[in-house]
Design a protein around this ligand. Structure first.
Ligand SMILES: Cc1cc2nc3c(=O)[nH]c(=O)nc-3n(C[C@H](O)[C@H](O)[C@H](O)COP(=O)(O)O)c2cc1C
Ligand code: SF4
Ligand code: SF4
Length: 255
């Protein structure tokens, strides 16, 4: 069973490739009702539950944390759990956090792996999407990496194979809690005058957090994962986050 959360498609891409290599067609996206219902049932008794998600500020995205804590998971009682986290550069101590979360549910954490993918975070000074050649190189390198992770899962590996990066403790233990508290507000999201009112951002939000008002302008609610799908998907590049996304690039993985 493969459970994935994605904003811009990198984690879906990895999850779909794992599903194909492992021959596991029980693949579920965490969005909409799947998140709201907090209930998942494996299609067939499974040996492995694979959690695929992006790294957010050197930790597990809060939306995934909440889901792991609350989900009623049936048909996977005897399964080992594996983490496959996608990140632009490095994951800090994301694997440690994920292992704690899985253990708190009395499930068995097995392997934890990272896949470097094109960066999607653009909301702070100094952060932007990768230049196209860098993004393409990362996508190319991810092919062998995902195949390798599939081999690890098949072999029931129980170790970490993660890119932690420098200052991992500081990033995960100090910056991650700060980021969660002060840098995840959806309030700065707005649409500029180039918005055409197409509604794609609203239809695409994995949490259904965007509505379109009578003037056909998107309005953001408070239930936001900060996945940035609305920002990256807008065909008119009209979605901005305060002033911090001005002039920044956009990226979507539609593979
Ligand atoms: C809110 C947010 C925080 C992020 N934090 C990190 C990070 O700490 N380290 C990193 O290497 N990449 C970080 N990224 C980049 C993503 O983890 C990476 O691009 C990932 O592959 C995106 O996956 P997705 O397309 O499935 O959403 C962040 C992206 C977002 C949106
Ligand atoms: S996707 Fe862009 S153009 Fe379409 S409604 Fe949303 S902000 Fe406006
Ligand atoms: S509002 Fe935008 S950033 Fe927030 S969850 Fe929806 S698509 Fe993601």
């Amino acid at each position: 069973m493969i459970i994935y959360f994605t904003g811009t498609g990198n984690s879906r891409d990895v999850a779909v490739r794992l599903s194909s290599i492992l021959g596991d067609n029980d693949i579920i996206e965490l969005c909409g009702d799947a998140i709201r219902n907090k209930e998942l049932k494996a299609k067939q008794p499974c040996k492995a539950v694979v959690w695929v998600f992006p790294v957010y500020s050197w930790g597990v995205p809060p939306v995934v944390v909440k889901f792991i804590k609350e989900v009623k998971l049936s048909g996977a009682g005897a399964a080992s759990h594996h983490m496959v986290a996608t990140c632009g550069d490095d994951a800090g101590l994301t694997a440690n956090q994920w292992r704690r979360l899985i253990s708190l549910r009395n499930w068995t954490p097995a392997s934890a792996s990272t896949v470097i993918m094109p960066n999607t975070y653009t909301l702070m000074k100094g952060f932007d999407v990768d230049p196209e050649d860098v993004a393409l190189e990362k996508l190319e390198a991810s092919k062998e990496r995902v195949a390798d992770i599939a081999r690890r899962i098949r072999a029931a590996a129980v170790d970490d194979d993660v890119v932690k990066g420098r200052f991992a403790w500081f990033k995960s233990r100090i910056i991650y809690p700060w980021f969660k508290r002060f840098a995840m507000s959806p309030k700065p999201f707005h649409a500029t005058d180039s918005c055409t009112g197409c509604g794609l951002c609203a239809r695409s939000c994995p949490l259904g957090n965007i509505s379109v008002n009578d003037s056909r302008r998107p309005c953001w609610g408070n239930d936001c994962a900060l996945c940035l799908r609305c920002y990256h998907i807008c065909p008119a590049a009209a979605v901005q986050y305060g002033k911090s996304t001005r002039g920044k690039g956009r990226y979507l993985n539609n593979r």
